[in-house]
Design a protein around this ligand. Sequence first.
Ligand SMILES: Nc1ncnc2c1ncn2[C@@H]1O[C@H](COP(=O)(O)OP(=O)(O)OP(=O)(O)O)[C@@H](O)[C@H]1O
Ligand code: SF4
Ligand SMILES: [Mg+2]
Length: 347
Amino acid sequence: MRPYRWRKPMIDPKIEVTDLKKHFKSNEDLFTRLFGWGEVEYVKAVDGVSFDIAEGESFGLAGESGCGKTTCGKSLLHLLEPTSGSVRFDGRDVTDPDVRDEMDFRTEAQIIQQNPYESINPRYRVFDWIKEPLDVHEIGTAEEREETVIETIESVGLNPPEAYMHEYPSELSGGERQRVSIARAIILEPSFILADEPASMLDVSVRASILDLLDRLQEELGISILYISHDLSLLKHMCDRIGIMYLGKLVEVGSATEVINDPQHPYTKALVGSTPTVDPDDRRESVELQGEIPDPVNLPSGCRFAPRCPEAMDECTAEEPAMYPTEAGQQARCVLYDEETVNTIPK
Ligand SMILES: Nc1ncnc2c1ncn2[C@@H]1O[C@H](COP(=O)(O)OP(=O)(O)OP(=O)(O)O)[C@@H](O)[C@H]1O
Ligand code: SF4
Ligand SMILES: [Mg+2]
């Protein structure tokens, strides 16, 4: 079986991420910086990630804390400068600052942050906070901006708008604040939104209503969304496809339902094995996730999951596995799906 290699799909994707890397310097002190003493070490937070998102599609990124989900999302939006790799948006490489300016990338791509208590400036009233992007981009007259803000406040379910627009964030609940953040994210009519743990800081009682709102807005506005979450059942509910990340790499990509009901990569099996389910179509095995996540500065050679993998063998540490297609339809970064390797394993 030939290793999976990313290839251009028949329909041009909205977002096309190719071999994206973001490495942070982990130990650079003054002497190293000034005199070049000592060796600079890097945290390979995102270490060669490739995926694409179609127009109107929702794609989820999952994985344990620290595996690089947020860094990947922020590098994709250029809120962090990628170390290397390309991000194509409507076919144009937005790692190039001229392209970003030309296509008004800041209006096309927006972010909804995890913490609605930190993401809204406490000195702004709701109306001014939501209107600010229209002011910055000089869109419409004063009356048109006011009308757009009121319509947007209504569309995120803060009704009647007059009851909310003069409030400060401190006067709002967590759910209401997240609705304000969503209103600000959609006011410029973006075609792509990154939603990083959009409901995890909220009370369980309001989570579902925020997710339903995002679902409805995506459908109405045809936005592509990248969801980042620890919560696999949330991703299964919200996403068309998902990618599982481990130590800066995608290890499995496929339809959200299949990845969670029938995981292929040993890491995905372990990750989903600990999530309770009532779904009768669920075909996953229960596998315990053992050991600690290795140090992202000194990654293991070969497969980076090998030190924790119950199926590890000598072949796994030779070189980093490619992505291979699996019979279940997913792609998995594991030599168990490489026929050449499997044929050499004694039965
Ligand atoms: N600015 C930074 N400087 C150095 N290291 C960083 C920086 N930001 C993130 N990291 C490191 O990069 C790795 C990935 O972090 P990231 O926040 O992207 O993970 P995550 O998957 O979003 O985790 P979580 O689920 O906890 O939000 C971690 O090892 C983290 O410590
Ligand atoms: S390549 Fe080997 S160590 Fe890595 S996930 Fe597959 S079986 Fe486990
Ligand atoms: Mg994160």
